[in-house]
Design a protein around this ligand. Structure first.
Ligand SMILES: Cc1ncc(COP(=O)(O)O)c(C=O)c1O
Length: 405
């Protein structure tokens, strides 16, 4: 059986980016194949090194972020690990924001424990706190535009200018803001990383990551390491991400509008003691968020007065929203960080990360805001949990830990 290789194109061009689902590419001459292996921008040879559909995604996201070039990855963690492994050497020093995505925190801890990279953490609001820590081996600053789940926004302009002035490479995880709300390269970032699993792709149907570089030289430095790492995306994953991207501005507008509506309603509810949404007056990052973000984003976290058991009960009682770990998709998702993403943290560490026992994180989708509020309101109304139950929960947790469960 021979599959026809006749060109598929006719007079008309496809409207969508063609999906080139091929692991390798055939050549007629040995010299041409050898030449094609020259570097990141050569001919397509093997899809771990480059693929037309993946390159279309890389160019699109580089353009959206105002960068010179990009590398796409199989996941956000692929992008973060790829960039850190490519840029850091043993003995290098990294300064990172305190409240980071857990996976990034884990990679930095691993680099510290196993590869002798020194890591310091900063709150991210104070440029002096950062500059005081800079030393000769300080190589990299790592920030997140909107931290998860606190909604903290670092002083991007101050920190990125200070990093550039000191020859420190800055990397900003822009997954929660997306280039619609913030373009960190315009604020002085050298590298922007994304979990494109989140808002860029936007439909909870694909994993992906992208690293965008302000200068092409940095991409050329990172690219060979990422080919070794082998975290290239499958072309279909890149195609699905491209499929989602044209609606990104529309989706972000709706995520932000719904989040604003719900943040306001939650702030007025008696069961809720605090709401974390960076564009809500009173949020610790309110002033900087109004300056660097074009919208408050789609993530709203809130504290329930009745504590841990109330948080857990709430996430089980929602009906339209769903209990799931991811964020940035069209559907509303809720989690209870203290018992899931941040369950390893003891009470002091939870407090340092700005997470309470009763914190609920909500990734607000694009459903009708009234339907969402009706759902949240009924789930809050149902949360009749007392501190007494909370105490029982704590005792059970202590017993489980004692048993090594
Ligand atoms: C801010 C942020 N960065 C990176 C990641 C990792 O992305 P992925 O799950 O696509 O590897 C996540 C995942 O939740 C995230 O929230």
């Amino acid at each position: 059986m021979h599959v026809s290789k006749e060109p598929l194109g006719g007079a008309g061009r496809p409207l969508s980016v063609p999906l080139v689902q091929s692991s390798a590419f055939a050549f007629d001459s040995a010299d041409a194949l050898a030449e094609a292996m020259a570097g990141p921008d050569g001919q397509y040879v093997y899809s771990r090194r480059g693929n037309p559909t993946v390159r279309a995604l890389e160019r699109t996201v580089a353009d959206l972020e105002g960068g010179a070039a990009a590398i796409a990855f199989a996941s956000g963690m692929g992008a973060i690990s790829g960039v850190l492994l490519a840029l850091l050497r043993p003995g290098d020093h990294v300064i990172a924001q305190q409240c980071l995505y857990g996976g990034t925190y884990a990679v930095l801890s691993d680099l510290a424990n196993r590869y002798g990279v020194d890591v310091d953490h900063v709150a991210g609001q104070d440029v002096d706190e950062f500059t005081r820590l800079i030393r000769p081996r300080t190589r990299l600053l790592f920030l997140e535009t909107i931290a998860n789940p606190t909604g903290r926004v670092p002083d991007l302009d101050g920190l990125l200018a200070a990093a550039r002035g000191s020859g420190v490479v800055s990397v900003v995880d822009n997954s929660l803001a997306s280039p619609v709300l913030c373009r960190p390269i315009e604020h002085g970032a050298d590298v922007v990383v994304h979990s494109s699993t989140k808002y860029l792709a936007g439909h909870s149907d694909v994993l992906g990551g992208v690293a965008v570089f302000a200068e092409d030289g940095l991409r050329r430095e990172v690219w060979p390491r990422t080919v070794e790492l082998g975290a290239a995306p499958d072309p279909f994953a890149a195609w699905l991400t491209l499929r989602g991207l044209p609606t990104l501005p529309l989706r972000m507008r709706q995520h932000c509008a719904n989040a604003e509506f719900l943040a306001g309603r939650l702030a007025g509810h008696p069961a809720v003691t605090a709401v974390h949404w960076p564009w809500l007056a009173g949020h610790p990052s309110y002033a900087v968020a109004r300056k660097v973000l074009a919208g408050g984003g789609g993530m709203v976290s809130f504290e329930l007065a009745a504590g841990r058991a109330a948080g857990r009960a709430f996430v089980e009682r929602v009906r339209l929203a769903q209990l799931a770990l991811s964020l940035g998709g069209v559907e509303t998702l809720v989690t209870h960080p203290a018992s899931t993403s941040h369950r390893e943290l003891d009470a002091a560490a939870l407090e340092a990360a700005g997470i309470g026992a009763g914190t609920v994180r909500m990734s607000v989708g694009i459903e009708h805001a009234d339907d969402l509020w009706a759902d949240i309101d009924q789930a809050l109304g149902d949360v009749h949990v007392t501190d007494h139950i909370d105490d029982q929960e704590r005792q059970r947790g202590a017993a489980r830990r004692a048993l090594g469960d």
